[in-house]
Design a protein around this ligand. Structure first.
Ligand SMILES: O=P(O)(O)OP(=O)(O)OP(=O)(O)OC[C@H]1O[C@@H](n2cnc3c(O)ncnc32)[C@H](O)[C@@H]1O
Ligand SMILES: [Mg+2]
Length: 188
């Protein structure tokens, strides 16, 4: 059986931190090229958003593509901001995100990473998701990017962890483990 999986995968993202972290996690196993195609993201569940973005990216790139969507779900807010974390983060910053939970004792949050792969235009995307449980705290630490300073896992915020350690506990690592397993089991 022949496979449609290329050895180098075209990762469509405009987020340099996401790209660097994904490359660091995959190491030499899977090579990533990168294209930044601005895709208008729809509203909906994070799975719907991820599928739609990947389908549009495959059409734009006219070939196989990998896309990724990050979400941060606050339990007290019934899962919000969820896939809309980008907009909340850019409007409120980490201090504002922390303050959103001021009225609640429950500071639990789940970081969700959803990779989507489509073999080409019109080919249904396959999703690979990773989840990491944590809590929202006042910002601490100098490393990382985005919401890393306020997302604490086992006593350390992502921004306090070494990048290498973050890449063993993060939702991105867990999602990429699933992607790698699938690539490994897909006949070449
Ligand atoms: O081009 P794409 O891949 O869509 O890149 P993006 O930056 O628009 O990405 P998203 O739409 O998935 O938005 C995710 C938001 O969450 C942030 N984020 C993503 N991964 C993160 C991580 O590991 N730690 C902290 N913040 C993260 C990121 O900075 C964005 O503000
Ligand atoms: Mg985006």
């Amino acid at each position: 059986m022949s496979s449609t999986i290329p050895t180098t995968i075209n990762f469509i993202t405009g987020n340099k931190n996401k790209l660097a972290e994904t490359r660091a996690i995959l190491g030499d196993v899977v090579q990533l090229s990168n294209q930044n195609i601005e895709i208008l993201e729809v509203q909906g569940s994070l799975e719907e958003i991820a599928r739609d973005k990947c389908q549009k990216a495959a059409i734009e790139a006219n070939g196989p593509v990998l896309t990724e969507d990050s979400a941060l779900e606050f339990r007290a807010l019934k899962g919000l901001p969820g896939p809309y974390i980008k907009w909340f983060y850019s409007a409120l910053g980490n201090d504002g995100l922390y303050k959103l939970l001021a009225a609640y004792d429950d500071k639990a949050a789940t970081a969700v990473c959803t990779f989507a792969f489509s073999a080409g235009p019109g080919v249904e995307p396959r999703l690979f998701q990773g989840y990491t449980e944590g809590k929202i705290v006042q910002k601490r630490g100098q490393g990382g990017f985005g919401f890393d300073p306020i997302f604490e896992v086992d006593g350390q915020t992502y921004a306090e962890m070494s990048p290498t350690y973050k890449n063993t506990v993060s939702e991105r690592f867990k999602a990429l483990e699933k992607l790698q397993n699938w690539l490994r089991n897909t006949t070449v």
